[in-house]
Design a protein around this ligand. Structure first.
Ligand SMILES: N[C@@H](CCC(=O)N[C@@H](CS)C(=O)NCC(=O)O)C(=O)O
Length: 215
């Protein structure tokens, strides 16, 4: 499994992006052993670019074959290792799917009146209403693939918007806030042992988003 690494000064950053964490969570929840190769994004190695021409992580070797893209990787893992099942019913597979792109637009925005905050709030409001009716997870009582994809994105949203915009999910969206709580007595994606084990450090999340904010 390939993971991004960078060396801004004398420290090494291991930036577990949301797509990579999604794959790590799937491996953890399926109790599959794995090891990680760290990729210096400032100096991507030849062997890596040969396998991933777009230079993107995650990239994973499964059955002697390298596969790219978290959608393809998690689907392949589900097919090869169906137990425990993590699939989300197709009609629920797109729940929350626009949250990440609206978060990035808001994060990059320099104009407070350009509607990007409103667009994010509108996606979060739909998610809030969905979880209120169907929660605590997207597919009800049990965690499934959509939560493993969405949880890491919400984690990055929380840290990056908190740091760069001093913004947090408003109290008017209590079901989104509960979904993102990390309290051990609470059954949430953020409090799962696998999530805590695979999440990036907040300072690395902040450093990882800096080029997008400054860009
Ligand atoms: N659709 C891909 C997206 C993967 C992706 O965008 N990865 C980012 C890191 S989170 C990346 O490797 N970007 C290349 C770069 O920044 O040079 C997936 O689901 O795996």
């Amino acid at each position: 499994m390939c993971v991004r690494v960078g060396q801004p000064c004398k420290f090494t950053l291991i930036i577990i992006g949301p797509f990579t964490q999604r794959v790590l969570l799937t491996l953890e929840e399926k109790h599959l052993p794995y090891d990680m190769k760290l990729i210096d994004f400032a100096n991507k190695p030849e062997w890596f670019l040969k396998l991933s021409p777009e230079g993107k992580v995650p990239l994973m070797k499964l059955d002697e074959k390298w596969i790219a893209d978290s959608d393809v990787i998690t689907q392949s893992l589900e097919e090869k290792y169906p137990d425990p099942p993590l699939g989300t019913p197709p009609e629920k597979a797109s729940v929350g799917s626009k949250i990440f792109s609206t978060f990035i637009s808001f994060l990059k925005s320099k104009d407070p009146n350009d509607g990007t905050e409103q667009a994010l709030l509108s996606e979060l409001t739909s998610f809030n209403d969905y979880i209120k009716e169907n929660g605590p997870f997207v597919n009800g009582k049990e965690v499934s693939a959509v939560d493993l994809a969405l949880g890491p994105k919400l984690y990055h949203l929380q840290i990056a918007l908190g740091h760069y915009k001093k913004w947090s999910v408003p109290d008017s969206l209590p079901y989104v806030k509960s979904y993102m709580k990390c309290l051990l007595e609470f059954q949430t994606i953020f409090s799962m042992v696998s999530f805590i084990k695979t999440r990036a450090q907040p300072e690395d999340v902040i450093a990882g988003w800096r080029p997008k904010v400054m860009g």
